[in-house]
Design a protein around this ligand. Structure first.
Ligand SMILES: Cc1ncc(COP(=O)(O)O)c(C=O)c1O
Length: 484
């Protein structure tokens, strides 16, 4: 290392310059620093000088290394650790006729507009998905098996795909057989078929509170009644509360998201999953389990679905490739346990079959496309993005804002100070070209008026920074107005 002047070594000067950029905000938490080689070329210093500079920044706690990815400006973990999480909900657990459709439509009218910053809907931007590779595979399977591609594929669905899903299920402790599985048009069709197989109009169904509004829309469209049971922000549905409900009501099904509940990102422990399955099986109540976010864990291992604890076939597992590969391909599946024959029949009645070519392309991707490699990368990116969004919210939102700490997925649930109205925030944000999901969409009783869900499914950029700042400004102004 050469001394650049009497006191400062070259690597120290380089590190100090980078530190100044971090302090000034030119480089923000979560930003990637230039690669060692490109910085060495640009600054005309040796690779080892850059490496030493990066080590110095690491020792100062300003930079962190992410394996196989590079050097990043460290997130302000101390600040993020201090932010309070949303309070556990205490909904009144009485059956409710759901009426949410119009509210959902009023919010999602804006989602198709490409000019709007999409923080509301839970989907990943195409650049995080292997869109081109999938497209090539779609073309290749269509050419190589044109007859199969244009033919009906009646239930239970494309056999190679079912076999590959069954093989993957061994990794989650499920040991599904290909014939346990029926493919569906997205997870949403699976959820609907399972509900139809085990309920009729007027029946009572347990959902989490808050829960994905798609569940509430299904319940509404089928004339069912929802009973909301609270979800603890990190550890999932409150089983004591569920037991109370089971004692008080004749529940016909539970429709739950044990792995990374939408919107909270909470995760039910294995012990709780086993307990949940036992509680329901004893009463012969089907558990319709939505595991659509299960592969997007931030922890060390893929969490098991509740289905892994199912001995009597009362768990009806549903998932899809919408959150990991291609929502537009609409390929999902269900393993409906002892209700498989009914579900298969309903599937035939509903849509005859799942479109053949997308199933073939996804099967090809699972077989040869490096799905696990893609998932590893996606998980790393999403975890960093979630932290990035959280950091920006901490910075820009009003004092007293609470933010979820999801354990997987890419959604954040935000509780504003009590007086703020998230529907108003939604309307005002839309005027500035930003869409969000107001909290009242996530409850049959339209609670959570001061909450909202944000999606972190797009790569962090200046545009999102500006949008979060705008949302924070609007939230502050709403709060001030209410306070007057
Ligand atoms: C929990 C949950 N289930 C189901 C769906 C819908 O899945 P699909 O697009 O596969 O029908 C979503 C989409 O947002 C979701 O968040």
């Amino acid at each position: 290392v050469h001394a650049s002047d009497g006191t400062h070594r070259l690597y120290e000067r380089l590190a100090d310059e980078l530190a100044a950029s971090i302090q000034s905000g030119a480089l923000r938490p979560g930003d990637r620093l230039p690669s060692v080689r490109s910085l060495s070329r640009q600054q005309r210093v040796s690779v080892s000088t850059v490496l030493e500079a990066y080590v110095r920044l690491e020792n100062q706690g300003l930079v962190e290394v992410r394996p196989q990815s590079g050097h990043y400006v460290r997130l302000r973990r101390s600040l993020l650790e201090e932010v309070a999480e949303p309070r556990a909900a205490r909904p009144s657990m009485t059956p409710t006729k759901v009426s949410i459709r119009e509210r959902v439509m009023s919010v999602y009218g804006a989602v198709r507009d490409p000019g709007v910053v999409q923080l509301g809907a839970a989907y990943l931007s195409p650049e995080l998905l292997p869109a081109e590779k999938l497209g090539r595979m779609l073309g290749a399977v269509a050419r190589s098996a044109p007859g199969i591609g244009v033919s009906y594929d009646p239930p239970p669905g494309f056999a190679p795909l079912r076999r590959l899903i069954a093989r993957r299920s061994l990794d989650w402790g499920c040991r599904l057989a290909p014939d346990d599985i029926v493919t569906t048009v997205g997870a949403i069709e699976g959820l609907q078929l399972c509900l139809r197989a085990v309920t009729k109009a007027g029946d009572k169904v347990v959902v989490e509170s808050p829960t994905y509004y798609g569940m509430l829309q299904l319940i509404e469209s089928m004339g069912l009644k929802a009973i909301e049971v609270p979800v603890r922000p990190r550890s999932g549905i409150d089983l004591d509360a569920l037991q109370q409900v089971l004692r008080a009501h004749r529940v016909k099904a539970c429709l739950l998201i044990p792995n990374f509940n939408n919107p909270l990102g909470s995760l039910l422990s294995d012990a709780d999953k086993a307990h949940l399955v036992r509680l329901l099986s004893e009463r012969e109540i089907p558990l319709i389990e939505d595991d659509i976010y299960g592969d997007l864990y931030f922890g060390a291992a893929r969490p098991r679905p509740a289905k892994a604890f199912d001995r009597d076939g009362f768990v009806m597992l549903c998932s899809s490739f919408s959150k990991t590969l291609a929502p537009g391909y609409r390929v999902g599946w269900t393993a409906p346990g002892r209700f498989r024959a009914q579900v298969e029949l309903l599937k035939f009645v509903n849509t005859v079959g799942t479109p053949t070519l997308p199933q073939m392309a996804i099967a090809e991707f699972l077989e040869t496309g490096g799905y696990d490699h893609h998932l590893r990368r996606l998980r790393r990116v999403l975890e960093a993005q979630v932290e990035q969004f959280r950091a920006a919210i901490v910075e820009h939102f009003p004092e007293g804002t609470r933010i979820s700490r999801p354990l997987g997925g890419f959604l954040l649930w935000i509780e504003l100070p009590p007086r703020a109205d998230a529907f108003e925030l939604h309307s005002r944000a839309l005027e500035r070209g930003i869409s969000i999901a107001p909290g009242a969409l996530f409850s049959a009783k339209q609670r959570y008026k001061n909450c909202l869900r944000l999606s972190c499914g797009f790569a962090w950029s200046e545009r999102f920074e500006r949008s979060i700042r705008s949302l924070g400004e609007i939230a502050r102004s709403l709060e001030r107005r209410r306070a007057m």
